[in-house]
Design a protein around this ligand. Sequence first.
Ligand code: GLN
Length: 554
Amino acid sequence: MTKHIFVTGGVVSSIGKGLTSASIGMLLEARGLRVRMQKLDPYINVDPGTMSPYQHGEVYVLDDGSETDLDLGHYERFTSGPLTRDSNYTTGQIYLSVIEKERRGEFLGKTVQVIPHITDEIKSVIRKVGERDVDVVITEIGGTVGDIESLPFLEAIRQFPREAGEENCLFIHLTLVPYLKAAAELKTKPTQHSVGQLRQIGIQPDVLICRCEQSISREEREKIALFCNVPVQAVIEEKDKDFSIYEVPLSLVNNGLDELIVKRLGLPSHPADLKHLHEILRRQREPKHEISIAVVGKYAEHKDAYKSIYEALDHAGIHHQASVRLGRIQSSEIEREGPECVLSGYDGILVPGGFGERGIEGKVQAIRFAREKGIPFFGICLGMQCAVIEFGRNVIGLDRAHSSEFDRETPHPVICLLDEQREITRMGGTMRLGKQPAELREGSHAKQAYGVSSIVERHRHRYEFNNVYRQQFEANSMVFSGTSPDGGLVEIIELPNHPWFVAVQFHPEFKSKPTSAHPLFTDFVQAAITRHSRRNSARPATPAPAHNDQNANV
Ligand code: GLN
């Protein structure tokens, strides 16, 4: 019998539900259990694919091409259970499916209602994830208890134990216990109210995870337990972590959460094996190198817009035992100040993916700077397209070379629409999406980094290198080191006479994990370490806060 854990959030948004859910998944896997993660998002968009990164942060892409919430990135980085289209549903998707059924006449003339039709649909997508070879499904409900949008999801999970059995379900509520400086006190009232709201809906949480700045005393935990009707050992403290996100799962273990879950659900398991976590933290605490990487993007000020890229750089840092300081640089700043002034101090420059014309010229200038000064450069998706534009304009001398995404009249569309995209007008799930194979060229940086000839990476784009220009680029010593197996699509470009200049049409960041950093990221960070030590051989490394985005819209 598959067990189900439901994670809800209360008091405020951005409380760290995604990271906490992923941590719970990690701990249960470390106990030898087979876990599947799922996120249900209350917003009405069918998926986040068409949403602005300002609103929603990064769009995370799975192997099967689904465009999902960035929390799924936490899940994939922390756990190993497969994620698919069924791992992320939105209100929009649930309603769309019910409405399509209604149009097909499947409800036989009945009035279609939130209860039971919408809630039945929600329960069926939860059940579906747990159907095969799974011990525990962890379903995170997006949003905050009290939001109007969340109500159908909460009602569905309220009903769920009636069918799956009370003993097979566990409700975890993540809440905030704020510290009031003026009163020098932790305040439990918001938690009481939030749990009160859940109980009005008919959900009695089994476990409360309390986010807090200050430790919660035994008396305060007893008070929360009494008011919220849970045993005191089920009031789990989750204190803010200043140093690293990898401290979160460890602190949950130290507070007894994994033990409590397996006991309560009657899951046979061994104590969590967390050697890998301790090793990650050891490497972060004792850095042997300290480097800085500039990530030059359109949405640099939004900390979630390039979430997986920041994480992948962090993984590469863990791999090399290096502290990677990130410079989040707005590409428009380079347009204003010039690349020299903004980028001079960095050991590596990364230009990530994106859409829309704003900031493109800043990215092109940053890439020119990296190419001419021999600074390690890594381009990803739009970053690769900008590297092609830069090379076309400044090396080959192609007048106003551009992508036809940004300039339809350009005399040199070095980046143009994929053939299969020409007729598509509908937005949402219509790009070249998900995993695609590529072949690597012998003797290239890419081949050396991967150590294999055939790779599979995730894509999300409409535009592509324009093959009309291939010979001209090659004649000017750009190497096309990765192509689709039929050779028709350029997937990786590089410059052999540069310390490290590699750009890819796909998104390697989605496949990087803390325990197995992506080879292109480790190679790039190695090149940055080499550059740094050449420039600055004698300076000792100091431990800097590793990586702490505990709140990152999770
Ligand atoms: N806008 C570009 C395209 O559609 C790049 C997309 C991306 O960077 N994900 O091809």
